[in-house]
Design a binder for this molecule. Structure first.
Ligand SMILES: [Zn+2]
Length: 471
């Protein structure tokens, strides 16, 4: 028995007929626009080597902590989903077994954005026309596996079919960017650029910090045990990233704290950090100083800064010990922006050369802190609803809370932040639909001319991301 899979044409639009009719018209203007994906975590090697994705489980489940965090929450062991253990201990390796386990528990994702994205991918990307159940699991697995073996499903072919104009990946400054070099040399037209993410070399509490700084010194030939050499090394890696197309940096600190300390204190903090003798407060000062240093470097080299604070990383101690970071155990925290960003803003907040994009996992900060900050400081813009709020309700709430203070033009369009490459069109489609739905409401309430709404819809879907990320 086959239960059909359907994507409704009006999904995510208001059920009010007036609003729905406007939303349809707006969406028709943006649905086929090229995708700008200025922040994400896809693997550049996929496109550099252009070899087939191996199988449905390795495509959809093992790389995607959105998926397995939910399964884990319902008592499914990460080992049984094929998530590699740090100690090399046994985990499930049979992809079909992993897929069946996923299918048996697919109902857990009802009402979540993962379900919307996954249905979109099944339907639009793989042409699947039945819902995923325990009974259909093998059929769907075989259909997807067969498609993955055909040339139309190679990474570069999908990139072209998805109409991606530019895609950013995320790398540490220690990364030699070999895949990006290979991509550039290949002559392929697809535009994929790196993003400079220095957490591992600016956060003294990051695993292996001292070794990372040593390595940074080896790569750059700078004396990274001293403050001036350390800064010079970071600046040099930024230039290297920019030479391969990077236009942005990304900073995943736990708070938005910034500091502007005298260099004697910076030198002393670096020494302590390398010796592993820091208190939590000193580590916070060091990270906060590094944001200010990164802002200074951005003014020099033009890279746009992204701040992604507010995640308590690796909250589950046992999962962190067993499986490492990025395993679905990151939990949002209350985040202060008004006090924490002030030292940086005092120094650079009015410099027209600087651009900082703020994200949050603390929704209470939208109207109280973030929209007023971005609605005033020329250097600040607001990133889209992010991570747990990259969802229909998250997007709606975001527009409702920030638009009246920051407008549309202190926001930067959408970014998908995804690890799951085939879901990129699905995620952008949700964002485009939700923005059209929001604009349709304003138009239906005669707060916005439909003509203006049409222009804004195109800006939100395409132009603003390009402009904000200097792509
Ligand atoms: Zn990210």
């Amino acid at each position: 028995m086959v239960a059909p899979l359907n994507l409704h044409e009006d999904r995510l639009f208001s059920s009010d007929p007036t609003q729905r009719a406007i939303a349809r018209r707006l969406y028709a203007e943006v649905r086929h626009l090229p995708i700008i994906s200025p922040h994400g975590h896809t693997n550049p090697q996929w496109f550099a080597d252009n070899i087939p994705f191996s199988d449905p489980a390795k495509l959809f489940i093992t790389p995607d902590h959105y998926i397995y965090r939910m399964l884990y929450s319902q008592g499914i062991a990460l080992e049984s989903l094929g998530i590699p253990r740090i100690d090399g201990g046994a985990v499930e390796t049979d992809s079909r077994t992993i897929w069946r386990l996923f299918a048996r528990h697919w109902y857990l994702f009802r009402g979540t954005p993962s379900q919307i994205w996954f249905h979109h991918v099944l339907y639009e990307v793989f042409g699947i026309r039945e819902t995923l159940t325990e009974e259909s699991a093998d059929r769907i697995y075989d259909e997807i596996a067969e498609r993955l073996r055909s040339p139309e499903y190679l990474p570069r072919s999908l990139f072209e079919r998805f109409n991606i104009e530019v895609l950013s990946t995320t790398e540490t400054p220690l990364d030699p960017l070999a895949h990006h070099k290979k991509l550039r040399a290949s002559g392929w037209k697809g535009r994929i650029v790196p993003t400079y993410r220095p957490d591992s070399v600016v956060d003294p509490e990051f695993e292996g910090f001292a070794g990372n700084i040593r390595q940074l010194g080896e790569i750059t030939g700078e004396d990274t045990s001293r403050w001036p050499g350390y800064l010079a090394a970071l600046a040099e890696r930024r230039r290297f990233f920019a030479s391969l197309g990077a236009t942005a940096t990304d900073h995943g600190h736990s708070s938005a704290a910034t500091f502007d300390l005298p260099s004697s204190e910076c030198e002393a903090l670096l020494k302590k950090a390398l010796a592993g003798e820091m208190t939590a407060g000193e580590a916070e000062r060091f990270r906060g100083q590094m944001l200010t240093e990164m802002a200074r470097m951005s003014i020099e080299d033009g890279l746009v800064m992204q701040l992604h604070p507010g995640s308590y990383r690796n909250h589950n101690r046992d999962v962190f010990r067993g499986f490492g970071r990025d395993t679905g155990a990151d939990i949002p925290m209350r985040t202060d922006y008004v006090h924490d960003l002030k030292p940086l803003l005092d120094r650079f907040g009015n410099d027209p050369r600087l651009s900082i994009i703020l994200f949050t996992l603390d929704e209470t900060a939208y109207s109280r802190e973030l929209a007023p900050l971005a609605g005033h400081y020329p250097v600040l813009k607001l990133g889209p609803a992010w991570w747990f709020y990259d969802s229909p309700e998250g997007m709606r709430y975001y527009r409702e809370r920030v638009t009246e203070t920051a407008g549309f033009y202190n926001t930067v369009g959408f970014n998908d932040d995804t690890r799951a490459f085939p879901s990129i069109p699905a995620r952008h489609d949700v964002a485009r639909r939700m923005d059209c739905a929001f604009l349709a409401r304003l138009a239906a309430e005669h707060r916005l001319e439909e003509e203006d709404a049409r222009e804004i819809a195109v800006d939100l879907a395409y132009r603003l991301a390009k402009k904000a990320y200097r792509l």
